[in-house]
Design a protein around this ligand. Sequence first.
Ligand SMILES: [Zn+2]
Length: 245
Amino acid sequence: MRERGFRLQPEGSHILPPLKAEATSGGHTRIRGRNQSLTRLEERKRQALKQLQELGVLMHAGHYDYGNGYHGRAYLNPHRLFVHPATIWRLAQDLLDVLPGDLLERTEVVAGPVMGGALLAHTLSGLLDGRRALTHPASSFAPFTYREGTASELVLRDFYARHVAGRRVLLADDVRNTGATFARCAQIVERAGGTVIATVEICDRLEAVVDPGVPNYALAEYEAPENYAVAECPMCRAGEPITTF
Ligand SMILES: [Zn+2]
């Protein structure tokens, strides 16, 4: 499958611009007052972030060419999440741990955009049933794919559109960037007659500017560091070679 299939990867999305902390919304980790569970959650997030670094998903202290005229020290590579299936299974379990119980109970369909979001959604949907009573109706899965002949226009095939109609849908993606992908997916689900109840991702880059109006939950939050126009790149000036991997 082509690299573009990953929601993180299309043009320009490697850029890790300065943090806009106010852009985060919805996640219960932002709700203060449940101190004990908050501490546990924050500890889990710290661990998750560390794990993403160990897995090579988050790469620091390099000199990366983002391919769009900017260089920076950090790079986010979601392919590492999926190259070993056990990795995403484990992280999906951790992500389920940070979701509120009623969300786990109410979810009927987990849906995500190709490729990373769909792989995560499929895994979450399967694992979800292990967290609910045996008598609970089975969770199902729906992938958003690209309209034939396009590389970025997400659609839900008729089969899945009929399936989400009248159902409560949890949207999943590997990484949340601007939030535009979730917003598009939410629109598709609503047009198909489904109801989006929340969005979830492995890693939130804390720069969402589009909000589909439902709670958002992330396993890890990654505050993006600065990046530089090539002409002003201090690493280039210092003669540091571009990092390859
Ligand atoms: Zn440079």
